[in-house]
Design a protein around this ligand. Structure first.
Ligand SMILES: Cc1cc2nc3c(=O)[nH]c(=O)nc-3n(C[C@H](O)[C@H](O)[C@H](O)COP(=O)(O)OP(=O)(O)OC[C@H]3O[C@@H](n4cnc5c(N)ncnc54)[C@H](O)[C@@H]3O)c2cc1C
Length: 419
């Protein structure tokens, strides 16, 4: 498969763009593989890519029930950041940001990673103390936290209402300059192409319907395209984790599935350069290269597997948006959609061997698994190939909930809506 380059663009332009090859093969399932990954989202595809590239495991299949990009990887608001407080989170997410910085180059695929910064607005002295403490922890962990005054915020994000008369006056904000956004579906396509080039079979329209077992040990998968045996099976199905794990007889997990909605407005001239989050509620927004405002808020407050949400959250998100950016009150909304989130009970992910022999589990991404896509794939591939976690995911076990070693960034407890 040809490299993408300025030269290949020119060559294909001159031949009327008729000679481009598909970015990955439409593979049919083979009877057996060393590793089968269930779920062709960002995490499943990046796992397959790093298994082949970093660990030399190339007899790998990714099975996806729909088409690549149909899950959360193609539905998120594309924020990439590592502005965390706890050492386990800083280590993992900072590693991920570093991987993002070279990702387009490594994959030979433009994922449009744009380090435009993320600014968390603070609206009370208590919240400011909390954010400054987090910024300090980020710096201790080798990261980049910077405190901005309201005047500096007005320069970074001119649309934010920083006047003392604002409904939620802004007292300052925590900026992470290295954070940013990327093009979400390009990440899925880039990893798919990269994995395919290394020999991985990517099998779309292939739904897992059950597991093949030898006693407790998982020895393969049953799918809508036949049985496939596998030495190891990795599960990376995000919001479908509960349903898929139930097929293996695992009834209870510290995960709830909820809908999260996202919104895009009509295009505007540049209003805000980076990502801005509102501290008076839960809202995050950025402006796409096409000019639309891309934003989201809380999960819908009930469990669901539907990829669509309900109006109370829409109303909530819009009112927060107008509180933060009064100038957009008459802007029209272009589109909205929903994705099914795998909300863990401490807000942190699970990347682990088990819970059954022959099985490996990757889930619990809550609102924030897109930014983790490179590090999650690398760490999960390490865990599968070596049967042991990498240092960056050693804390993300399933049994931490039993042992009381939860990684609860905000100290919110087992309340998915608050993570
Ligand atoms: C609206 C919204 C906004 C978000 N914003 C951000 C953000 O700004 N930043 C951020 O970091 N994160 C964000 N996220 C979260 C992020 O998108 C997810 O945490 C991450 O994409 C999950 O991992 P994934 O890409 O592997 O999931 P998915 O893309 O959902 O992949 C899982 C795949 O498994 C497949 N599958 C399920 N069951 C089966 C089966 N039985 N057999 C075969 N395949 C199966 C599904 O079809 C799906 O394609 C957001 C999510 C949503 C919905």
């Amino acid at each position: 498969m040809a490299e993408y380059s300025a030269f290949s663009l020119l060559r294909n332009a001159l031949s009327g763009n008729r000679d481009w090859q598909p970015a990955w093969r439409k593979a049919d399932p083979k009877p057996s593989y060393d590793v089968v990954i269930v779920g062709g989202g960002g995490h499943g595809l990046s796992t397959a890519y790093y298994l082949a590239r970093e660990f030399g495991v190339r007899n790998v299949a990714v099975i996806e029930k729909g088409w690549l990009g149909s899950g959360n990887i193609g539905r998120n608001t594309t924020i990439v950041r590592s502005n965390y407080l706890l050492p386990d989170s800083i280590r993992f997410y900072d590693h991920s940001v570093k991987m993002w910085e070279n990702l387009s180059h490594e994959l030979n695929y433009n994922v449009m990673f744009s380090q435009r910064g993320i600014l968390n607005l603070a609206h009370s002295p208590g919240q400011a103390d909390d954010y400054i403490r987090r910024g300090n922890a980020m710096r201790h962990g080798g990261g980049d936290g910077v405190w901005l005054t309201p005047a500096e915020i007005a320069r970074f994000a001119p649309g934010v209402d920083v006047s003392p008369k604002a409904r939620f006056p802004v007292v300052g904000g925590l900026l992470q300059p290295r954070a940013g956004t990327a093009r979400h579906d390009a990440v899925a396509w880039g990893y798919a192409r990269g994995a395919d080039r290394l020999g991985v079979d990517i099998i779309e329209n292939c739904e897992l319907t059950g597991f093949i077992r030898d006693g407790d040990t998982i020895t393969g998968v049953r799918t809508t395209r036949g049985d496939i045996s596998a030495k190891k099976v990795g599960v990376a199905v995000a919001g479908s984790t509960g349903r898929v794990m139930k097929l293996a007889g695992i009834d209870r997990l510290p995960i709830e599935s909820h809908v999260l909605q996202a919104f895009v407005s009509e295009s505007l001239k540049p209003l805000v350069g980076g990502v801005v989050t509102f501290g008076g509620g839960h809202l995050y927004m950025s402006q796409s290269d096409k000019g639309g405002l891309v934003f989201g808020g809380d999960i819908d407050g009930y469990n669901s597997y539907a990829q669509r949400g309900n109006l109370p959250v829409v109303e909530d998100v819009m009112s927060e948006m107008v509180a933060m950016f009064p100038a957009v009150a008459r802007l029209r909304l272009l589109r909205s959609w929903g994705g099914v989130m795998d909300m863990s009970m401490d807000g942190s992910p699970i990347i682990t061997k088990g819970p059954l022999p022959g099985m490996y589990l990757n889930c619990g991404w809550c609102y924030g698994g897109f930014k983790a896509t490179p590090a999650s794939g690398f760490a999960f591939a390490h865990t599968i190939a070596r049967d042991a976690p990498h240092a960056i995911n050693a804390a993300y076990t399933l049994d931490r909930f039993e042992r009381g070693y939860i990684i609860d960034e905000k100290g919110q407890g087992a309340t998915p809506k608050l993570h």
